[in-house]
Design a protein around this ligand. Structure first.
Ligand SMILES: [Zn+2]
Length: 394
């Protein structure tokens, strides 16, 4: 520590009210991990510690600082400058007078855990590029991934430093995954490349999955449920058709099937291997998709940043009395087995709760017909819902 008194002190005047003369009386050079303690005659103590990276401006605001006679307050001046003040216990009247003269406002006290936890939610929401379906974004940190969880596919985007936060909204139970990796290249080709390779790889994966024993097949249960609710014939558009195992079964059940996928190979696979119509394109950009009795989003909306906007577009491609089937990963159930579950893998921006799926539907202009939770044969935790457009009048 090196203390250099300024003698005589450098004086300057500040203040919006009565002029306040400040006397600048010393410079203190601390080495990293050195600390000085400022004290008052009344017994309050304030520690300031140097670190190699800078300073701890205060001891812990909700613990040590208040036990040493000081309360931290976040304050704002009329010209939108923000300060942290430390009020010495017993000096409240002097503090109030000062605030009045200077027109400063105390925005809140930073000394109780509940207030700081609320502030944490606000700061996390401000940093998160994603919104939960209830839009309150009361996010708390559930888990920080420092490495990919076991079984997660390694995309080019995740081959460098891996860091990712799983946040959960305290209001609607929805999860979002926040990271700074580049996801933009994930679906145009990387996703298929990473998962299946070429057209032949798609065909082999299709044959393996469509050949599963019915008791082991997620698609068998899915199609059975859809036929129960939507009937045994009609037209279906499957958004994000991927391997097309689902449409293969819907076609066999008697439905007219159209696949939509952003990957050209998946579309060729749908036409050539599965024998259904396929449209290559982006659901958010295409206007000429036709009209359907049923539009399906099978584990698709969790992969986009704004699932409300994507789902809302579905209404324009529905026939009168048409409906939408939505299937999503169930984070609410999966989290009981930990954040390493596949429901929370990097390619899912959103992982849902029952409440957040219902809110997603409502915000996209739909009403929920049925909403259910299941554990699939593959062990996936899944939420599925049938939803239909809200009538225009309401
Ligand atoms: Zn929420």
């Amino acid at each position: 520590m090196k203390l250099t008194p300024i003698d005589p002190p450098r004086e300057f005047v500040v203040g919006r009210g009565e002029p306040i003369r400040i006397r600048d009386c010393a410079r203190v050079l601390l080495e990293p991990d050195e600390q000085v303690t400022f004290v008052t005659e009344g017994g309050a103590e304030y520690d300031l510690a140097r670190k190699v990276w800078g300073f701890y401006a205060t001891p812990s605001m909700n613990a040590r600082l208040s036990s040493f006679g000081l309360r931290a307050a976040l304050a704002r001046s009329p010209d939108q400058k923000y300060y942290v003040f430390l009020l010495e216990r017993g000096k409240e009247a002097d503090f109030e007078r000062y605030l009045r003269l200077e027109s400063n406002e105390v925005l809140g006290w930073l000394d109780d855990g509940d207030t700081l936890a609320r502030l944490e939610e606000v700061l996390r929401a401000a940093r998160a590029p994603l919104s939960c379906p209830c839009a309150s974004n009361r996010f708390v940190l559930v888990h920080r991934y420092e490495a990919p969880p076991e079984g997660e596919v390694r995309f080019a985007a995740t081959s460098g430093t891996y860091r990712r936060d799983l946040l959960r909204c305290q209001s609607c139970g929805h999860f979002v995954s926040v990271d700074e990796m580049d996801h933009d290249t994930l679906y145009a080709g990387d996703y298929v490349d990473a998962n299946y390779g070429d057209l032949e790889g798609l065909r082999r994966a299709f044959e393996r999955i469509s050949g599963l024993d019915p008791s082991c097949s997620d698609n068998v249960g899915r199609v059975r449920r859809i036929l129960e609710v939507a009937g045994t014939s009609g037209s279906v558009l499957d958004v994000g058709s991927g391997l097309c195992v689902f449409l293969h079964r819907m076609k066999a059940a008697g439905w007219r099937c159209v696949a939509l996928d952003p990957d050209e190979r998946s579309c060729r696979h749908a036409r050539e291997t599965v024998g259904v119509d396929a449209i290559h394109g982006d659901f958010m950009a295409r206007e000429d998709l036709g009209e359907y009795d049923l539009i399906t989003f099978n584990k698709v909306l969790e992969h986009v940043r704004d699932p409300v906007a994507m789902l809302a577009r579905a209404a324009r491609f529905l026939k009168p009395d048409g409906r939408v089937y939505v299937e999503l990963p169930d984070g609410e159930a999966a989290i009981d087995e930990g954040p390493g579950r596949e429901e929370f893998f990097v390619d899912h921006y959103h992982v849902f709760s029952m409440a957040s799926l219902a809110l997603l539907a409502t915000r996209a202009g739909f009403r929920v017909e049925t909403l259910e939770r299941l554990r699939e044969p593959s062990t996936k935790f899944t939420l599925r819902a049938f939803i239909s457009p809200m009538s225009e009048e309401t």
